[in-house]
Structure formats: structure tokens, C-alpha cells
Design a protein around this ligand. Structure first.
Ligand SMILES: C[S@@+](CC[C@H](N)C(=O)[O-])C[C@H]1O[C@@H](n2cnc3c(N)ncnc32)[C@H](O)[C@@H]1O
Length: 510
């Protein structure tokens, strides 16, 4: 009987500590003073982008007591009304060419230019159009030969056509788009001569194609660094092959130095869109630059998507059906669904600490019970479509985000019909997986705190360096979140153990 009481007390103590941890999280956060974090971004003045600093405010109510619980999405950022609006010329030059934007505005945010709701958008059954971009404003090239362009700005016999023709149809889409963009800049009275002023410069673009060797070292990911070195060589080799002294001036003047071409390819990689459209009488997959729509930033939980309107060859940005968007909220699309941060980084120079598709490389044999795990965090759906049902949990608890969904996907689990989990084994498995998390973290030469400090204390850092440091920081935050997920899960296993032992002991002493 005494042992039963002792056991009960110690387990109660555990549950109390878990609750305390939760309360502590809010309590400590409430005592923490507001933190003004300097961020830098780019903005265009009179058609030219210039670097500007603005503040990201982390409010006292954000869950900051356990820093690893905090992700970008939980940080309260500067309200849109305080972000600088785009130069009116930016709207005007599109408007006179039939581009339409409804209830949205373009502003300078922490990730460069972004699109923000200029009024509340109420949820409706059907998706709503917020932007229309006519095909005539876009730069489009078919994915396969025979090359078809729209608008057809390249005349037959122009030497740039031979350069485009020399690309590999399967892999050279970015080289082709870069040639097309550079050609459009050089083409008399082309819209892109105006729009080009609003594209990020080489200093403002986060593409790792533009990264220095030192920036690549900051990734702390040798595989990604080596992929980017190869990517850069592929682009430079293409420039060397096509921009030699014997080339006609018409081609040479498009990219007089290799860095200009690398920049154009980085524009293609970070801003292109693939769509199936009708070109001439053929339906083709095409790679395109869609002005204005290319100002939408990425989110793993987007509120908008792209759509091609066949009827009148209009490219549309639409809000999700049933989506409520408040005035000032950023409008986002998902650039690459189902991809890890490494892939997003390789193509766009961006990463997210709560990407639901990130993966951890567990190597041991430890496994935890899948259904118990999902039920602790109110996660439902099939493996490919896991979602969190917030209504079942504590509404205020913002702990469950994409990183927890990613943990659910990436964790080594077991599940056998009708076989319930054995709490002691679950706790053992959790311990071993936590050790693996710690091992992953120990391989980094900096801590997440140090990374954050570097970012906060170096406002003049280049965009590529900042993106590289954020990438490794996001990785660490993800590992830490997974570790925290285990802590919560093992508390639940303790709770099960407690219930089971309590019932057994009661049965024994009745
Ligand atoms: C298609 S552009 C979006 C518009 C861009 N912000 C601009 O200023 O022109 C894609 C680039 O925006 C930035 N970006 C978009 N979404 C982001 C995100 N979620 N986090 C960080 N950077 C992002 C990255 O630099 C990326 O390469």
C-alpha cells in the first residue's frame, strides 16, 4: 500500500511538473521584456532597390520561455501598415497593360517584397481571384522542343535562339529562362525593361547561386554546399560556352560578365512558374516569369494558389476556398509542396523552421507507437496528408505546427492492429530517439542561440549569408522541437503507465 502511494506521488509529481512546464512557458514569457529585433530588407526608391532596416517586434505574449518552441510563424512581426508600400509606378506600369489586383497591395517585408491584403477577405465557398496577369506580360517558353515563346519576341535567325537551342530540354529550363529575361531587358519598349527595376539585385537575392564560398560554409551542410558549387559551375560553363569573344554583339551585350548571367539564372530559379498552357494551337508545359504574381512569398500553410485561365489566357492568383484573410495579412503560395528545407534552399534560398516535410535521419532501432503519438498531438489524416485538429486541443497552445507534423512523418514508429503500446517500452524508445536528436545537434559548431545572436548583431550581413545561417538555425529548431515533442509524448506514456499501475494496484488491494 505504501509503495502504491509513493509511486502515485512520484508520478503525480511528474504530471505536475509537466503542467508547471506549460504554465512556466506562459509565465516566463510574460515577464520577458519586449524584444526589438533588427531586420534588414530591400526596398525600391524611384525604381531602384535600396537596403532598409525595420523592426520585428517579438511581443511579450509569444511563447518564448522555451526558445526552441518558438518558430518564425509564432513571431509577431511588424504590422503590414508599417511596411513600406511599393512605388505607385509599380502598379501603374502593370495596370495600363491590363494587370489587375483586387484587395491586395505590395509592400517591403522581412523577406523582400511581399503581397498583403489591403482589406478583409471573407471566406467564400469558391476561391476568389485577387490578381490577373495577361499572358502578354509574362515571359514564357515551352518546356520541350520545338521551342515556343510567348510573347514571341525572338525573331527567326536571332543568335540567342541558337544559344537557347543548345540547352538540354530536360535540365536547362533555368538557362533558357535566363536568356529570355536578358533578351527582354534588351528588347526595345519591352515591359520587362520597367519591371526589371523591381527585381532584387544580386545583393538582394537569396539564391545560393550567388553565394560566396564563405556563405556556403555557413550552411553547415556539405551536401547542399557541394550541390550549389556544381550548380554554379553548370551556369558558368554555359556562359563561357556562349559568351566568348566570337559571339555576335547582340548576344554578348546581354550578359557582358558571368555574374550578370548567374544573376539572371538565379531570377529564373527563384521566380519561375511551371504551367500547362496553350501556346499557339498546342497545349504545352511551359516555364514562365509571371510579373506581380512573382512577388508572393512562400509559406508551408499558404492562403493563395496560382491558376491558369485557359479561356482568355490569364494567369490568376486566387485565395483558397473558405479562406479568411485579415487586412494586413501576408498573402502566400506554396512554392514546392512536399519538399524538405534542403530543396527549398537549393532552389529559392529559403527555409522554414516548421516545414511539415522536413526529415530527420534516425539510425537506431527505437520506434514509438504511431497511433498514441498522433492522438497525443491531435494529428489526423493519412501519412501524406497529416493535419492538426486544433479544436480538440487547447486553442491557446501554439505548440503544434508544421514541425510536429514533420516529426509525425519522420519518426520511426510501429503500429500493429489490436496491440496496445507498453508504456515502459515507449519511454525507452523515446529516450533513445532523444539521444539521437542530441547527437545531431552536437555535430554543429554553433548553437541555435549563437546563430540567432549572429543574425541579430550583424544587420549589414549579405542576403545569402543570412539565408545560410537561417537554414542551419531552422534545422536546429526543428531537431529541438522534435526533442520537445518526445518530452510531451513521454509524459503521456507516464500518464498511461500511471493509470495502468494504479488500476493494477487497486485490483490487487481490493
Ligand atoms: C518569388 S520571389 C518572392 C518575392 C521576393 N520576396 C521579392 O522581394 O522579390 C522568391 C524569393 O523571395 C524570398 N522568400 C519568399 N518566401 C520566403 C520565405 N517564406 N522565407 C524567406 N524568404 C522568402 C526568397 O528570397 C525567395 O528566393
Amino acid at each position: 500500500m505504501v509503495s502504491s502511494i509513493l509511486l502515485q506521488q512520484s508520478i503525480n509529481c511528474f504530471i505536475y511538473n509537466y503542467q508547471l512546464g506549460k504554465n512556466l512557458k506562459h509565465g516566463l514569457a510574460a515577464t520577458k521584456p519586449n524584444l526589438m529585433q533588427k531586420c534588414t530588407c530591400s526596398r525600391r526608391i524611384g525604381g531602384i532597390r535600396a537596403r532598409a532596416a525595420f523592426d520585428t517586434i517579438e511581443t511579450a505574449t509569444s511563447p518564448t520561455a522555451f526558445p526552441f518552441f518558438q518558430t518564425d510563424s509564432q513571431q509577431e512581426v511588424t504590422p503590414a501598415s508599417k511596411l513600406e508600400l511599393a512605388d505607385p509606378e509599380f502598379y501603374k506600369m502593370g495596370f495600363v497593360r491590363s494587370m489587375r489586383a483586387y484587395g491586395v497591395e505590395f509592400r517591403e517585408g522581412p523577406d523582400g517584397f511581399g503581397v498583403y491584403a489591403s482589406k478583409d477577405i471573407e471566406p467564400t465557398k469558391r476561391a476568389k481571384v485577387v490578381m490577373e496577369i495577361p499572358l502578354e506580360l509574362m515571359l514564357t517558353i515551352s518546356q520541350k522542343t520545338p521551342w515556343m515563346f510567348f510573347p514571341d519576341i525572338i525573331p527567326i535567325g536571332d543568335p540567342i535562339f541558337d544559344v537557347i537551342n543548345s540547352t538540354n530540354p530536360e535540365t536547362g529550363w533555368d538557362l533558357r529562362l535566363a536568356c529570355l529575361l536578358l533578351y527582354a531587358f534588351d528588347h526595345d519598349k519591352n515591359f520587362w525593361q520597367l519591371y526589371g527595376d523591381f527585381l532584387p539585385s544580386a545583393e538582394e537575392c537569396t539564391s545560393l547561386l550567388l553565394a560566396t564560398e564563405d556563405d556556403l560554409m555557413e550552411l553547415h551542410d556539405e551536401n547542399l554546399a557541394s550541390t550549389m558549387r556544381k550548380e554554379r559551375s553548370r551556369v558558368l560553363d554555359f556562359w563561357i560556352k556562349n559568351w566568348h569573344s566570337n559571339m555576335p554583339l547582340k548576344v554578348k551585350r546581354l550578359a557582358r560578365d558571368p555574374e550578370r548571367f548567374v544573376w539572371a539564372v538565379s531570377m529564373a530559379q527563384t521566380r519561375h512558374i511551371n504551367f500547362r498552357i496553350r501556346i499557339g494551337s498546342l497545349i504545352q508545359n511551359a516555364n514562365m516569369f509571371a510579373p506581380y504574381a512573382d512577388m508572393l512569398n512562400h509559406s508551408c500553410k499558404p492562403n493563395c494558389f496560382f491558376h491558369w485561365r485557359f479561356r482568355d489566357r490569364m494567369f490568376e492568383v486566387m485565395t483558397n476556398a473558405g479562406q479568411r484573410i485579415k487586412k494586413g495579412e501576408e498573402m502566400t503560395v506554396n512554392y514546392m509542396s512536399g519538399q524538405r528545407n534542403t530543396t527549398l534552399m537549393q532552389r529559392y534560398g529559403l527555409s522554414s523552421p516548421d516545414n511539415p516535410w522536413d526529415v530527420l535521419p534516425f539510425s537506431g532501432n527505437a520506434k514509438i507507437h504511431l497511433d498514441s503519438f498522433l492522438s497525443v498531438f491531435n494529428i489526423f489524416g493519412s501519412h501524406q496528408d497529416y493535419y492538426h485538429n486544433a479544436k480538440l486541443g487547447n486553442e491557446e497552445n501554439s505548440f503544434v505546427d508544421g514541425a510536429v507534423i514533420a516529426a509525425a512523418r519522420t519518426l520511426p514508429t510501429w503500429s500493429e492492429k489490436d496491440t496496445p503500446p507498453i508504456p515502459s517500452q515507449e519511454i525507452k524508445a523515446v529516450k533513445s530517439l532523444q539521444q539521437e536528436c542530441q547527437q545531431i545537434l552536437s555535430q554543429y559548431s554553433t548553437t541555435s542561440k549563437q546563430d540567432q545572436h549572429i543574425l541579430d548583431s550583424t544587420p549589414e550581413m549579405s542576403c545569402t549569408r543570412e539565408a545560410a545561417i537561417k537554414y542551419r538555425l531552422h534545422r536546429k529548431l526543428f531537431v529541438k522541437k522534435t526533442f520537445a515533442v518526445y518530452v510531451i509524448f513521454s509524459f503521456d506514456s507516464f500518464r498511461l503507465l500511471y493509470i495502468w499501475m494504479n488500476e493494477s494496484l487497486h485490483a490487487l488491494y481490493e
